[in-house]
Design a protein around this ligand. Structure first.
Ligand code: 8IG
Length: 269
């Protein structure tokens, strides 16, 4: 563990201070973490007032995955809402531990954000889902057995994925489905038997992110909105093999719709 992560909350506060200095904005109100395939959707938010590399902030490792940006943007949205947007994220499968995985979410809350929007690309377990379809996360199942929290921080997760925020988004797009997301460590995808197990457990979506960030930000008091983009049918659902390039392509194809959705709802959260 890097020394920076002996005090994850203090490191998040330090990163938030640098963001305030760089942007000249004492607070941001809403944050957005853009997962793989979502990065071009951020362009629908207009022109950022500021953009810099995450590595200019304390506690952020350099990005490693193709299709992930490693940039932070600040936007001024309708009504003077300041939005903090992270292009890309750190994943648990990178082996750096939970602290860097949760760091952007904590930094967002320490920057003032009361709502944190977590987006991801994922596999569809529910056979009704189509590739390219966005799904609101209504709950999760953690199959990593790892938490970003350390110590006696017994946080309630009953309403982790805020019903209020989900209703706001569905008012903008009533066609949106809701599903249960499984956090899988990766980086290997699941076997078909593991996908059947997840379906039996009540899961609709499976991916390698979002859950630690949701827990960490909620533990600091933020409301969470999770949006998954189904970029492939999960293993064994169609008989096709899973391929990272196809995932990126499906994300790019849906980016326009996702961007419009985010631009419509973000100022209202
Ligand atoms: I994109 O099918 C994407 N991420 N675990 N399984 C898991 N993560 C994913 C998948 C998938 N597709």
């Amino acid at each position: 563990m890097s020394d920076l992560y002996k005090d994850p909350i203090g490191t998040a506060e330090a990163a938030a201070k640098v963001i305030a200095e760089k942007t000249g904005k004492a607070k941001h109100q809403v944050a957005l973490v853009m997962g793989s395939g979502w990065i071009s959707a951020a362009d629908a938010l207009g022109k950022p007032t500021h953009e810099f590399a995450v590595t200019e902030l304390p506690g952020f490792p350099a990005p490693t995955v193709v299709g992930h940006g490693g940039k932070v943007r600040s936007y001024e949205l309708a009504g003077g809402v300041n939005a903090l947007v992270f292009l890309g994220r750190t994943h648990f499968y990178e082996g750096l531990g939970m602290e860097p995985v949760a760091h952007a979410a904590r930094t967002a809350v320490k920057s003032g954000c009361k709502a944190v929007v977590l987006t991801n690309a994922c596999g569809g377990i529910n056979t009704e889902y189509k590739v390219g379809q966005p799904v609101l996360i209504k709950d999760h199942i953690s199959l990593t057995a790892a938490s970003p929290l350390i110590g006696a921080d017994f946080v309630d997760l009953t309403d982790l994925y805020s019903k209020r925020l989900r209703e706001l988004v569905k008012a903008a797009d009533p066609s949106l489905a809701e599903g249960v997301y499984v956090h899988w460590r990766g980086p290997s995808y699941e076997t078909p038997a593991e996908i059947r197990m997840m379906r039996t457990l009540g899961a609709d979506l499976v991916g390698m992110s979002t859950v630690p960030e949701a827990i960490a930000a909620h533990a600091l008091g933020a409301e969470i909105l999770g949006i998954s983009l189904v970029t492939n049918a999960a293993a064994g659902v169609t008989g096709e093999k899973l391929n990272h390039e196809e995932v990126i392509a499906a994300g790019k194809a849906a980016a326009d719709r996702m961007g419009k959705l985010l631009a419509a709802v973000l100022p209202k959260l």
